[in-house]
Design a protein around this ligand. Structure first.
Ligand code: PLP
Ligand code: CA
Length: 306
């Protein structure tokens, strides 16, 4: 529209410094912002450490639910990041466990479509769940045992996803009292060699179609992830900055929570896509416009050092 909000400002120099000076909480997405698979993005280690030295609160917000936070801690150390604490890490698996423990008033067990990261966070949070069930060849939904005490279905990234799991989840969700929770809505992810892997969102979509229900999303762009941070660390939205590489999750998350947003161009989304959102008439796309754009997180380094 003619009065479209400003945004997508390529930021550098003094303007970036002013922005950083006005924020005490910096939220970083992980994949595509501070690392790419098993490699730190150049400058990321120094930026995180310098921001911490300047007294900023640095948080990591990731929709990757495949690891528990202890394993993220090991990854941070392995890649060379120093003094990252477990309490700084907010993953979609951890936030799902927090929701089920503290907010869902769960009266039974959780049936999980997901992997190790989700199971470990649920166990650590003390949320009861149905243990992963080994496949019996030839078994169909007609002859497979179901648990009468399942009161929530949690769908996440699951490399062992199969038809029977989908069928079981459908049966549990026929009970309208059974909660339907999704770790994150990510449609797909880049992997090495230019290939992609389907994300949790694609599995959630299958279950939503089969049940004619909509899942409650825990990860970005849901505000719940920021509520997890505020409830545990008291972060104020007006003093917080979200740095991410994906418009429809990271940048929308920032907008939904009232945070300033920076898109980095080292990951999934492009500046052309950001500008297309800016010029779009769709309110949903308008909300996925970053306030600022940088080529890479290493631009922060220049500002901190000068
Ligand atoms: N989920 C899975 C399974 C992934 O592999 C990735 C990225 O590699 C993500 C989510 C996205 O993670 P982030 O939110 O840190 O970009
Ligand atoms: Ca990312």
């Amino acid at each position: 529209g003619a009065l479209s909000r400003r945004g997508c400002i390529k930021i550098r120099g003094p303007q970036l410094r002013e922005l950083l000076d006005s924020k005490c909480n910096i939220l970083f997405d992980c994949d595509g912002v501070i690392w790419e698979g098993e490699k730190a993005i150049p400058g990321a280690i120094e930026v995180v450490s310098l921001l911490k030295n300047q007294g900023k609160n640095v948080f990591f917000v990731t929709n990757n639910c495949t690891r528990p936070r202890d394993s993220y801690m090991q990854k941070f150390t392995r890649l060379g990041f120093t003094d990252v604490q477990k309490r700084d890490i907010f993953s979609s698996a951890y936030c799902s466990a927090v929701y089920l423990r503290d907010f869902a008033n769960l009266q039974g067990k959780v049936f999980v479509i997901g992997g190790d990261g989700v199971y470990k966070e649920l166990r650590e949070a003390g949320v009861p769940f149905v243990e992963s069930e080994p496949e019996t060849p030839g078994m169909t939904i007609s002859d497979c045992p179901l648990h009468s005490d399942v009161k929530a279905v949690l769908v996440a990234y699951d490399e062992d996803f199969n038809f029977l799991k989908l069928a079981k989840a459908c049966c549990y969700l026929r009970d309208s009292e059974c909660l339907f929770i999704a770790s994150d809505p990510d449609p797909w992810h880049p992997v090495r060699g230019g290939r992609v892997t389907p994300g949790s969102g694609s599995l959630t979509a299958a279950l939503e179609t089969a049940t004619n229900r909509k899942a409650t999303v825990m990860g970005k762009p849901s505000r719940f992830m920021f509520e997890c941070i505020t409830s545990q660390c008291g972060a104020d939205a007006a003093q917080s900055l979200m740095v991410g590489d994906r418009l429809e999750t990271d940048i929308l998350f920032g907008a939904n929570c009232g945070l300033s947003t920076v898109l980095t161009l080292t990951g999934v989304s492009t500046i052309e896509e950001a500008q297309a959102n800016l010029e779009s008439d769709s309110p949903a796309k308008q909300n996925a416009v970053p306030d600022y754009v940088v080529d890479s997180i290493d631009v922060f380094l220049f500002i901190i050092l000068h």
